[in-house]
Design a protein around this ligand. Structure first.
Ligand code: 13P
Length: 336
């Protein structure tokens, strides 16, 4: 078993999942604005370290994705943030892309940037304690999109990123996110997501990536948010499994879904059904941002000093997601 494979399994095994706390300062400011908390670096640290020092971290979270600001911060508990995460038994990770920018040649689409100087930045993050990384390619669906240009160029960037990350001894999360926005049907989401993932793995093969040392972070197969043809969670699970079975090589150890704007309960219920019906060898777990943090953030914003109260909400959410990652969640458990 390779070192990279061991890291991936440490993050994903036993129902554990990933806490995606890597919102850029811009995105975090939007999240904090929405609950009327000033987006200062102290407040961003305070919310995050409240989660990182919770009991839920020990029991449910195998890895935490950080943003550059956070990985360089020292917690009020006198530990660096990567130390605080490691003490809980989870692996510190880092978002290394520098964001999705307008794609020249197709200005309504995005290309993710951050390859220049990446090797040196990775070495710095490794020294700070990071053992896995994230890069997110983003694709929108419409009649014309995602274009071949967007599919090819984002796959190429994801593969170049993955090669550099593995060279540096870390596990790359490969995240091609097909967005929920739009009025498309689930079938269209299925077709476009299949094409996007297929192309990513073609490019990863060209770049000689050790597939046993990556984590795939895809979207689930859903109807668009504006679609009038919503599908049931059973159908979400069926289509998601069908898409991944067809397009993900067997060497990949695990798949950790993004929540992508689903509610906390939807993201949990859908993951649970995916696991109930999982007839693959892939671990299927979560790498949620909003679907792990939303309720905790709302409570915290009104009770900034109530660390225990905030942690209780986060612990519950992480517990529910971990049960879902084992196909053991039920709606009744939410009320307990
Ligand atoms: P969401 O679960 O909020 O979609 O965030 C996951 C993530 O890391 C997106 O890049």
């Amino acid at each position: 078993m390779s070192e990279l494979n061991k890291i991936a399994l440490k993050i994903l095994s036993n129902g554990k999942g990933i806490l995606a706390a890597d919102e850029s300062n811009g995105t975090m400011t939007k999240r904090l604005d929405s609950v009327n908390v000033p987006s200062t670096s102290e407040n961003r640290l305070l919310f995050r370290e409240t989660l990182f020092s919770s009991e839920g971290m020990k029991n449910y979270i195998g890895g935490v994705i950080l943003y550059d600001e956070t990985i360089n911060q020292t917690s009020n508990l006198q530990k660096t943030i990567p130390e605080l995460i490691s003490i809980s038994g989870a692996v510190p990770g880092i978002k290394v892309d520098t964001g999705a920018k307008i794609l020249a040649g197709s200005p309504e689409e995005k290309i993710t940037e951050g390859l220049d100087g990446l090797r040196e930045r990775l070495q710095g993050y490794y020294k700070l304690g990071a053992r896995f990384t994230k890069w997110r390619g983003v694709y929108n669906i419409s009649n014309k999109y995602p274009s071949t240009l967007s599919i090819q160029s984002n796959a190429h960037a994801l593969a170049r990123y993955s090669a550099l990350v593995q060279e540096c001894g870390m596990v790359p999360i490969v995240e091609p996110e097909v967005l929920m926005d739009g009025d498309h049907s689930a079938e269209v989401c299925f077709d476009k997501t299949s094409e996007v993932i297929r192309r990513c793995f073609e490019e990863l093969a060209i770049h000689k990536i050790d597939l046993s040392g990556i984590i795939l972070k895809p979207n689930m197969i859903l109807a668009g948010t504006e679609s009038n043809k919503k599908i049931s969670s059973e159908e979400v699970a069926r289509l998601t499994l069908k898409c991944l079975k067809k397009n993900v090589p067997f060497e990949v150890p695990g798949i950790a879904f993004l929540s992508g704007g689903q509610t906390e309960i939807e993201a949990t219920k859908n993951l649970n059904l995916i696991n109930k019906h999982n007839d693959t060898n892939f671990i299927m777990t979560y790498s949620y941002g909003r679907a792990l943090q939303k309720s905790a953030l709302k409570f915290w914003s009104k009770n900034i000093k109530d660390t225990n109260g905030t942690q209780k909400i986060f612990n519950h959410r992480a517990n529910m997601c971990t049960l879902a990652a084992q196909g053991k969640w039920s709606a009744e458990l939410e009320a307990k």
